[in-house]
Design a protein around this ligand. Structure first.
Ligand code: GLC
Length: 655
């Protein structure tokens, strides 16, 4: 078992020491760039391995320009064959959310490893003087979540509420094993976003609105994923998205982050200091743009074209010597660029280009860029050296991923006890005016379709990108909350009715109402201003359900599956107990252990985001918009009566 303590102090020191230099080439920067760079405290460089560096130099010296440009290109498995990997000297591939071998949603680990083997062998069959192994990246962001039969852990917003980075590290280790089971060696995780407005559709990918917590958990996951980098259960991690994804105006996905250089470094940068100290080998660049406010205001534009931040800060000031990867077609958003052509991003310091479909024309355009002087070959060489350095550090030249002991092992996809522990530690008890624990022998009415829905409890990035287009038949391993209640109280004691119609709550000892957000990912999960951010406004049928079962003289326990904190004071007032379960993953049944019954455990989680008192959050969690502060959480050991809370009107639109 990999276990390492990650000192939070390292972040505090990293962010308080004054910037000593603007890094090499300072004179090359404009005044706004110099101001931006100066805000980031310098980091000490690690020592490169001279033997590896010699091998890298020798390989690059023997590579053609075509081979170098192929090496920096990342194509998607639906758009490239193994033969093309060989023919175009492709250095890396990925599968997007909802892409599987033969596009079979139920592909087995054997199907995955067979495809991985085909791509790996093709890369080594090219006519390069020194064959370079391929790396395959996958969004394993809460377990190996794209793969049928894998254990899915709670999404990061819940793990942040556990306040236990050591748990996150264990999940990282289990996730790395699950990724290696499919023959893959690179996980696009962790996200270290520090969310300022929970309107953002990716809020649940963030551990906390507190940069120190986000950083500590991100570093812990990296330790878990990467281990020693060369072990059978180790994969590359990818800290993302550099930088400022969680701080965009009104939480608009891929939007504009407007902050001073100091706040940008202190808040959005915190996770990167921790990640680099944890020896992360890859950094993914963010879609958002950054507008520097303050004495020298400046619109830097999209991050993928921001040389001051990608090279001046990340590579020079923070001394990152791994590889920088672009996000999915993100270069098309850089001014003057297209999906398959962006010399600006190459010169900014991006090393690997995630050009899933148009990779062939990207290669052709980039070859022309070098031959026509828009990009120097030295910059391409630097990118290739970084890629080779990461591949050498992962031991790929000595031992292919296929040789790992977990490759092809379906059991390595699963760790139910760990997931159940994480579920119990990530659910926050916001209210309990006497309803919990439920006594043994209680007759329980369970309402709400989400009570028996794996898609609802797993959320986005679950088998598919949006977590949609799936049903319980796609989840062979795990337990819904309904299943957990039946396990804890007995089938006969638990009656389930998705809509509660035709049943009299008065005939039961307790009602459990399970509400949920629609699974979502990225921009599809944004709740765009001026739409109010309120569970009962977005899901009026769920509010009606709670209305129907409350006030009948029987305690109502409401459980909310959500990817964010959201206005719910009206629902809380209609409930005798209220549990924020966030997105618990495949083992939501473990929540039943917190309700009482035979396996009773106590709640321990505390909010990692403030819970809003308003449906119109202005961002930044101000006290006058807060119902429960970050750090709040009740338990049987720490009870407190909530009583009736002051509700605020949910306007038709936010002002
Ligand atoms: C997506 C996400 C990024 C993910 C990548 C590959 O757009 O922004 O987090 O790793 O594409 O799926």
């Amino acid at each position: 078992m990999k276990s390492r303590y990650f000192p939070l102090l390292a972040i505090a020191v990293g962010l308080t020491s004054t910037a000593s230099s603007a890094g090499p080439g300072a004179s090359a920067w404009s005044p706004p760039e110099r101001q931006a760079i100066a805000a980031w405290p310098a980091r000490k460089a690690g020592k490169p391995d001279p033997a590896i560096e010699r091998r890298i130099a020798a390989i690059v010296a023997g590579m053609t320009l075509e081979q170098k440009v192929g090496q920096i290109t990342q194509a998607e498995i639906r758009s490239i064959t193994p033969a093309e990997v060989s023919q175009y000297y492709i250095g890396t591939i990925l599968n997007g959310g909802g892409a599987w071998p033969e596009m079979n949603k139920h592909a087995s680990v054997t199907d995955w490893t067979r495809l991985a083997d085909a791509y790996a062998k093709a890369a080594l069959a090219s006519d390069m003087k020194v064959k370079v192994p391929l790396i395959w990246g996958i969004d394993a962001v809460h377990g190996n979540n794209n793969v049928y039969g894998a254990t899915l852990y709670p999404h990061n917003i819940g793990l942040g509420a556990a306040h236990e980075p050591a748990l996150v590290e264990r999940i990282g280790w289990a996730t790395a094993k699950a990724v290696r089971a499919t023959g893959i060696g690179w996980a696009f995780a962790p996200t270290v976003a520090v969310v300022r407005n929970q309107r953002w559709g990716r809020t649940y990918e963030s551990y906390s609105s507190d940069p120190v917590q986000a950083a500590a958990n991100g570093a812990a996951l990296i330790h878990g994923l990467q281990g020693t980098l060369t072990g059978d259960g180790d994969v590359l991690a990818s800290v993302k998205h550099f930088a400022g994804d969680g701080g965009t105006w009104r939480g608009i996905d891929q939007g504009e982050n407007r902050s001073s250089a100091a706040n940008y470094a202190r808040i959005d940068g915190a996770g990167y200091y921790a990640a680099l100290d944890a020896k992360v080998q890859t950094v993914m660049i963010s879609y958002n743009s950054w507008t520097m406010t303050g004495p020298i205001a400046h619109e830097f534009g999209k991050m993928h074209g921001n040389r001051a931040l990608v090279t001046g800060v990340l590579k020079d000031k923070l001394r990152f010597d791994g590889l920088v990867v672009s996000d999915w077609n993100a270069i098309e958003q850089v001014s003057g660029c297209t999906t398959d052509h962006c010399p600006v991003a190459i010169n900014a310091g991006v090393d690997v280009f995630m050009v899933p479909e148009k990779w062939k024309s990207f290669i052709a355009n980039t070859l022309a860029d070098v031959r026509e002087g828009r990009v120097t070959e030295a910059r391409i060489d630097d990118a290739v050296k970084r890629i080779l350095r990461v591949k050498f550090r992962q031991g790929l030249f000595e031992r292919p991923i296929a040789a790992g002991k977990f490759t092809g092992d379906a059991a390595a996809l699963i760790d139910r006890p760990l997931a159940q522990e994480a579920v119990r530690k990530s659910a926050v008890l916001l209210k309990n005016d006497g309803a919990l624990p439920l006594k043994a022998g209680s007759r329980i009415l369970v309402v709400g379709a989400a009570a028996d829905s794996f898609p609802a409890q797993a959320g986005g990035w679950s088998l598919t990108w949006q977590g949609d287009g799936t049903d319980n038949g796609d989840y062979p391993i795990g337990e819904t909350l309904l299943g957990g209640l039946r396990r804890a109280y007995g089938d006969a004691a638990v009656t389930f009715s998705p809509d509660g119609n035709g049943l009299d709550p008065g005939k039961f000892d307790a009602v459990i109402a399970v509400l949920a957000e629609k699974p979502h990912a990225e921009m599809k999960g944004d709740v765009r201003w001026p739409e109010p951010l309120a569970q009962s406004r977005q899901y009026p049928e769920q509010a009606a359900l709670v209305d129907r079962v409350s006030g009948k003289g029987v305690p109502v326990v409401t459980v909310l599956y959500s990817g964010r904190t959201t206005y719910a004071t009206d629902l809380i007032n209609h409930s005798d107990a209220f549990v924020a379960a966030f997105l618990p993953g495949t083992e939501a049944g473990a929540l039943a252990d917190l309700f009482g019954g035979t396996a009773r455990r106590d709640f321990s989680a505390r909010l990692s985001f403030a819970w809003p008192a308003t449906a119109c959050p202005s961002g930044g969690e101000p006290a006058d918009e807060t119902l429960f502060a970050r750090g709040f959480g009740l338990s049987y050991a720490r009870p407190a009566k909530t009583g009736r809370l002051a509700e605020r009107a949910i306007p038709a639109t936010c002002p």
